[in-house]
Each structure stands twice: as structure tokens, then as C-alpha cells.
Design a protein around this ligand. Structure first.
Ligand SMILES: [Zn+2]
Length: 407
């Protein structure tokens, strides 16, 4: 989740703050100030409110330290595109998708709760050694210790999208070697726990008997937390379905014959005369016999003196990464997408195991077959538009999702 205002950055990591976070901090401040004003009349009104304000600033700092720990560990693993968002239920760090190894996910997930637990333990000790009077400092320290215990333990609940869910996912993935199964199971646990929280919350609101631990929570808050958890956990389902389709669909099923073969010996002059007069030139692929040689880059002609066109062949204008920027029929779509992004190609050639050219795939072909597999209706005109533009429409996060897969 990345919403709200960008308020700055820490260690080069952008920080976003949502309106809901400002609201929750304000409520927290009013609550503490109000309670302390009544409980400790000897402090005086100003001190009670000031302590409430300080407790809010320190809670903000605690949650920020928790998120910063996630981000810095992710950064240490080479993840560059991270951001911290603070919203209603605390924070989130957007590194989840970029991490490709269970051990990395585990380290990043543990870092946040570890910092919160450390803060909670340290502050609890400090509370114990402070003089046994209800001084603002002692009350503030005790309050902050409690809040850090809450942040740590809440985040360790073992269901996605919480840190505990990430830890569960990493452990299952490490154990079974099955990334998708690990995500599915941890998301299911998240859904189940969210559902339970909603039921407990509603039961508490209705004052039903037998609700466990009901003295420790507020029904409305519990139901809201549960609903948030349930929604977020369910959001994993369409993504895992897409991930599965990306892994199980092979290039052979997606490729088309939308290309023209030109012999690699052809002179640049002939190539320019015969092909470049076309209004919508297709993809030109050079072959020698039936062996694929490379992708022709017609723009390369501009780099070569016109007087040389008769003497030079199209070999001189092949894509420099041609040999590597080709896929084979048994590659899955996640690999195809990763390769297209890596070489910034609009289309990618598909070869047989023996190196013969069999077809090409573009982003429109990928969207078309995925839509078919996932029973999503996408109009033909949209597919044609994707083919023409060579980019996925806004909101299609295919390249980001393909990057999350270990292929
Ligand atoms: Zn966390």
C-alpha cells in the first residue's frame, strides 16, 4: 500500500504518510492526554497534554524505526525500489515483491519486529529502574514500552500480509521449495485469522458471552482490524493465480508468426528498398539457412553511410544482444517477460531447442493468453493497442509480478 503524502525520505527511502495515520495519531494523543489529565491531577493540565503529545511523537518514531529496519535490511539485499508508508494500522514497506529468496524474505520480515521487541524490552527495563513515582517520564516510558510490545506482537501474527505471515511464507517456501504454495497457505492463514478477528469483534459488540480475551480489546477496533487483515490476505489470491499462469504457460503457446525472415547476407540497400517502404513494418529476424541469427534493428541504417549500403549486409544492424535476447519454446511466460524487460524489447524471438526460428512473442500475445487462461475478458482492440504501443496498459503489473517469481 503506498498512499498519502510523500513527506520526505530517510537514508534515501521515500516516506509516505496517509491521512488515516495522522487521524490515528491525533486520537492517540487526545486519548493519552485526556486519561493522564484525569489520572494524575498533580501533573497539571499542560504537563498531561504535553506528555500525551510526546507519547504520540515517540510512537510515531517507534513505528518508523520498525519500518526502517525492514527497509534497511531490504536495501542491504540490493533492493532499490522501496518506500515506507504509514497508515491506519501502522506501516508497510514495499519490498515484498522484489525479494526472490526465502532467506531474504525471512531476514527482512524479522528485522521490523526484532527492533520493536528490542525497544519494548529496553523501555520495560527502563520503566522498572525509574523511581517508583508516577512521574510523567515513567508514565511515558511505560506507555511507549506497551505500544512497542503491541506493534511487535501484532506484526508477528502469522498470516499475510503481516510480518508473521511473511516469516511463515519464507519458512514454508524454504521447506517445500514451492513459492506459490507458501504464499497461498500464508494468505489463507491471514484470511482465517482476519475472519476470526471479525467474528470476535462482532460478538463483543453484540455483548455475546464467551468471547475470549474480550476484556483486552474493543469490539469495533477488533472487527476493523480483522476486516483489514481479511481484505489484504484475499488480495493475494488473484496474484497467485496470475503467478501460477505465468509459470505454467509456455512460450510455445503464446507465440505468433507475426515476423518476417530476412537472410543475414542481404545487403542493407536491398533491405531498405524491399522492406522499409512499408507503412507498418513487422519485426525482421535474420536467419542463415534455418538458423536464427538476430533481430534486425532498422534504425541502425541511420548510423551507416548511405554509400556503404550496397556493400554491407544486415548483419551490421542486428540487435547487439540478439543471441541472448531470444527465448525457447519451453520457457515459461515469467522468463519471457523478464527477458523482454531486461533487453527492452517489444517482441522476442522464440527458438526451437536446435536454434531454429519458430515464432515471436510481444506484450499483446502475453496479455491475450493470460486473459484466456484466467478467464478475463479483454477486447481484441485492446490487445491490438498493446501490440501497437509495445507497453502494458496502466495497472497491468505483469513485469513487476514476473520479477517476483523465481524462474
Ligand atoms: Zn513490520
Amino acid at each position: 500500500m503506498q498512499s498519502g503524502w510523500r513527506v520526505g525520505s530517510l537514508f534515501g527511502i521515500p516516506l509516505f504518510i496517509d491521512l488515516s495515520w495522522v487521524l490515528i495519531l491525533t486520537l492517540f494523543m487526545l486519548h493519552n492526554g485526556w486519561v493522564w489529565r484525569g489520572r494524575y491531577p498533580e501533573w497539571g493540565v499542560e504537563t498531561a497534554w504535553l506528555t500525551g503529545f510526546l507519547s504520540t511523537l515517540l510512537l510515531f518514531a517507534s513505528v518508523l524505526l520498525h519500518e526502517l529496519a525492514h527497509s534497511l535490511v531490504a536495501k542491504a539485499h540490493g533492493i532499490e525500489e522501496i518506500a515506507i508508508s504509514l497508515f491506519l494500522f501502522g506501516g508497510s514497506t514495499s519490498a515484498e515483491e522484489a525479494l526472490k529468496r526465502p532467506s531474504q524474505i525471512l531476514q527482512v520480515a524479522i528485522a521490523g519486529p526484532a527492533v520493536s521487541l528490542g525497544l519494548a524490552a529496553g523501555l520495560s527495563l527502563l520503566t522498572l529502574v525509574l523511581p517508583h513515582t508516577a512521574s510523567p517520564l515513567k508514565v511515558l516510558t511505560a506507555n511507549l514500552a506497551t505500544m512497542n510490545w503491541v506493534v511487535a506482537l501484532f506484526n508477528l501474527i502469522p498470516g499475510l500480509p503481516l510480518d508473521g505471515g511473511q516469516i511463515l511464507k519464507a519458512i514454508i517456501w524454504q521447506w517445500t521449495g514451492d513459492q506459490l504454495w507458501a504464499i497461498r497457505l500464508s494468505a489463507k492463514v491471514g484470511e482465517l485469522l482476519g475472519g476470526l478477528a471479525i467474528s470476535f469483534g462482532i460478538a463483543d459488540i453484540l455483548n455475546l458471552p464467551g468471547v475470549p480475551f474480550s476484556q483486552f480489546f474493543d469490539g469495533w477496533w477488533m472487527a476493523l482490524l480483522g476486516w483489514f487483515g481479511w481484505q489484504s490476505a484475499r488480495a493475494y489470491q488473484p496474484i497467485t493465480e496470475l503467478q501460477e499462469a505465468l509459470l505454467k504457460t509456455l512460450a510455445a503457446a503464446a507465440m505468433t508468426g507475426e515476423f518476417r525472415i530476412v537472410p543475414v547476407e542481404m545487403s542493407l540497400a536491398n533491405f531498405a528498398r524491399e522492406y522499409l517502404t512499408k507503412l507498418e513494418p513487422p519485426m525482421y529476424l535474420a536467419t542463415q539457412g534455418d538458423r536464427y541469427q538476430g533481430i534486425v534493428v532498422p534504425e541502425g541504417l541511420n548510423e551507416i553511410e548511405r554509400s556503404q549500403w550496397e556493400h554491407e549486409s544486415i548483419e551490421g544492424i542486428l540487435h547487439p544482444d540478439s543471441a541472448r535476447a531470444a527465448t525457447h519454446t519451453t520457457a515459461n511466460l515469467a522468463q519471457v517477460i523478464q527477458l523482454m524487460e531486461a533487453y527492452q524489447l517489444i517482441q522476442i524471438p522464440v527458438l526451437s531447442p536446435a536454434g531454429a526460428l519458430l515464432g515471436v512473442i510481444d506484450r499483446g500475445d502475453i496479455v491475450r493468453i493470460l486473459a484466456h487462461k484466467l478467464n478475463i475478458r479483454i477486447s481484441d482492440s485492446m490487445i491490438q493497442q498493446i501490440k501497437a504501443d509495445g507497453i502494458y496498459p496502466p495497472g497491468f503489473r505483469l513485469s513487476a509480478i514476473a520479477q517476483t517469481l523465481e524462474t
